[in-house]
Write a protein that binds this ligand. Structure first.
Ligand code: S3P
Length: 173
């Protein structure tokens, strides 16, 4: 079984993936971390040097690779996707065919609060925003339908800690 976590930047996918893996006693992959490790560059460097199109191609390539490598693995795998991964139809198709998809749904207010804590330095689509709240609000409005459409489970996470989110997910599986 593969569980994919989706949602906007700053919703906590990576922290929740790690805690959920602990909770379920299984392992997890963070797609952005995998790309950074394999490419030997940060997400920001990849965007800067090769452009967003190249990064999107990498997302598909590494997602496909992780899914094929672990398809027949006997234990559960948690997969934390980037905030834009599921917007690519080929990635969405791979997730639909191979994973239970959970959307960590947060309000603009909660996302901005989280992003102000974790920072936007390695988030090229946000780091130059003059007004973070406006930018998040505008991007979320464009993406919300896609997140919802691709989710098997939608979890409202406002006010919940990553640990509480992981526990709620574990209860629903
Ligand atoms: C992106 C989200 C980022 C990262 C890249 C693009 C997006 O991941 O993949 O900067 O398009 O939403 P996080 O959601 O982990 O920040």
């Amino acid at each position: 079984m593969t569980i994919a976590l989706i949602g906007f930047m700053g919703c906590g996918k990576s922290s929740v993936a790690s805690l959920l893996a602990q909770e379920l006693g299984c392992f997890y992959f963070d797609l952005d971390d995998t790309i950074e490790m394999e490419e030997g560059r940060s997400i920001s460097e990849i965007f800067q040097e090769d452009g967003e199109g190249a990064f999107r191609a990498m997302e598909l390539e590494y997602l496909d690779r992780i899914i094929s490598d672990y398809k027949d693995f006997p234990t559960t795998m948690i997969l934390s996707l980037g905030g834009g991964t599921i917007l690519q139809p080929h990635c969405a198709q791979l997730i639909k065919e191979n994973a239970t998809c959970i959307y960590l749904k947060a309000s603009v207010k909660q996302l901005v609060e989280n992003l102000n804590i974790v920072g936007t330095d390695n988030r090229p689509l946000l780091k130059e925003a003059e007004n973070l709240e406006e930018k998040v609000s505008q991007m979320l409005a464009q993406r919300e339908e896609c997140y919802t459409k691709n989710a098997d489970i939608i979890l409202d996470i406002d006010g919940l800690s990553p640990q509480e989110i992981a526990e709620r997910i574990a209860e629903q599986l």
